[in-house]
Design a protein around this ligand. Structure first.
Ligand code: PLP
Length: 355
C-alpha cells in the first residue's frame, strides 16, 4: 500500500518542541502567562490590529465577541449557508437566530446582494466567513454594514495568510476570530484568538474572558458579570509562538500546494479551484476543486477512488440549512448545488506527490 496522504497535518519543528518544553518546565507561577502575552503581541503585529485575546477555540472567540455585541434572543445574524457548524453554534447558544443566505458561485462565500436582501429590523450582525481561505467581498459587506448600521464580524479561522486590498483577513471588521485547531495552517492543537481595533469591545471581551472580572476589580473572586472560560493555556501559546515565527513559511507552502493543484487541474476544462481576485492574497488553507456538472464528477466518487489509494480528502460543506436542527432554505440554490460536485484536496507542509 502507498504511504498515507492525509488531508491536513501540522508542521512541527524543533522550535515548537523547544518552546513547549520550556513552557512545561518553567511556565508556571509568575511566568504562567508569558507565552500567552507573547503570542498575543506577536499576532497583533502580524495582523496589524490593536487588541488580541488568546482563546481555547475560534468558537469561543466568536461566542464571546457576539455576546459582547449584545446579540441575544430575538436577534438575527446573517451568514452563508455554506459553513462549518462552529460559525453558527455561538449564535444559537446566545438564543439568536442564524439567517442563512446563498453563496457566490466563485468564492463560495456569502453573496452581498443576498445579505442586503436578508436584513430585517432584528439583524444584529453579519458574519463573514472566509471559506477555505477565499475572501468574502469585504468592500461590499462593509458598505452594507455601514449603510444599515450593522457590524461585520470576520470568521477568519480558515484565512490566516489571506489579504484583502492590503489588509489581513480578520482585521477588517468589528472583530475577527481565528482557529488554531490541528487542521489549520497555524496550530496550537486546540486554540483560537479574538482580535479587534475597538477599545471598548476589547475591554468587554477581556472581562467576559476572565469569568466576568474587570481589569480594575481589586476584590478577589469578585466577578462583575457572568462571563466565560475560553482561555488558551501557556503551553499551547508556546507552540503558537513558534508557529507564528514560521508563519511566512507555513503560508507560502500552503500557497505553493494550491498553485500546484490549480496549475494541473485548471488545465482541464470545467474544473475550478479557490479563486484569487486582483489585489487579494488567498492564504490557501484548503485547496478545493469544483467540477462542472457536465463532467459528471462527484466528490463521493473521488473520495472512494482516493480511499482506494490511501489518500484522504473531505467533502465540501453541506448547507447548514440542510441539517436537522435548522429550517430548510430552498432558495439557497448555489449552496445546495456545489457540494455534490466538489472536493477538498490534501494540503500540508510536508506532503509529497506520487507518480
Ligand atoms: C475550524 C473553524 C472554526 C472552529 O474553530 P475551533 O477552533 O475548532 O472552534 C470556526 N469557523 C471556521 C470557518 C473554521 O474553519
Amino acid at each position: 500500500m502507498n504511504p498515507r496522504i492525509h488531508y491536513t497535518k501540522p508542521s512541527i519543528t524543533a522550535l515548537e518542541i523547544e518552546y513547549a518544553t520550556d513552557a512545561a518546565a518553567n511556565g508556571w507561577g509568575n511566568r504562567c502567562y508569558d507565552y500567552i502575552v507573547r503570542f498575543e503581541e506577536a499576532f497583533k503585529a502580524h495582523l496589524g490590529v490593536q487588541y488580541a485575546i488568546a482563546t481555547s477555540s475560534c468558537t469561543g472567540a466568536l461566542h464571546m465577541g457576539m455576546a459582547a455585541l449584545g446579540i441575544g434572543p430575538g436577534d438575527e445574524v446573517i451568514l452563508a449557508d455554506t459553513n462549518w457548524i462552529a460559525s453558527a453554534a455561538p449564535i444559537v447558544h446566545l438564543g439568536a437566530t442564524p439567517v442563512f443566505v446563498d453563496i457566490l458561485p466563485d468564492s463560495w462565500c456569502l453573496d452581498p446582494a443576498q445579505v442586503e436582501h436578508a436584513i430585517t429590523p432584528h439583524t444584529k450582525a453579519i458574519l463573514a466567513v472566509h471559506l477555505y481561505g477565499n475572501l468574502c467581498a469585504m468592500d461590499k459587506l462593509l458598505a452594507i454594514g455601514a449603510k444599515h448600521g450593522i457590524p461585520i464580524i470576520e470568521d477568519a479561522a480558515e484565512a490566516i495568510g489571506s489579504v484583502f486590498h492590503g489588509k489581513r483577513a480578520g482585521s477588517l471588521g468589528k472583530f475577527g476570530a481565528f482557529s488554531f485547531h490541528g487542521t489549520k495552517t497555524l496550530t496550537t492543537g486546540e486554540g483560537g484568538l479574538f482580535v479587534t481595533n475597538d477599545a471598548a469591545l476589547y475591554e468587554h471581551v477581556l472581562t467576559l474572558s476572565n469569568h466576568g472580572r474587570t481589569r480594575r476589580q481589586t476584590r478577589q473572586f469578585w466577578p462583575d458579570m457572568v462571563g466565560f472560560k475560553y482561555k488558551m493555556s501557556n503551553i499551547q501559546a508556546a507552540i503558537g509562538c513558534a508557529q507564528l515565527e514560521r508563519i511566512e513559511e507555513l503560508v507560502s507552502r500552503k500557497r505553493e500546494i494550491l498553485a500546484y493543484y490549480k496549475g494541473e487541474l485548471e488545465k482541464l476544462p470545467g474544473v475550478t479551484l479557490n479563486p484569487e481576485p486582483p489585489d487579494t492574497i488567498n492564504g490557501a488553507w484548503m485547496p478545493t476543486a469544483v467540477f462542472d456538472r457536465a463532467l459528471g464528477i462527484t466528490g463521493k466518487a473521488l473520495q472512494s477512488a482516493f480511499a482506494a489509494d490511501n489518500i484522504d480528502a473531505r467533502v465540501f460543506f453541506h448547507p447548514l440549512s440542510s441539517l436537522p436542527m435548522f429550517k430548510p432554505v430552498p432558495g439557497n440554490v448555489v449552496a445546495q448545488d456545489i457540494p455534490a460536485r466538489a472536493i477538498n484536496l490534501p494540503s500540508y507542509h510536508d506532503i509529497i506527490g506520487r507518480n
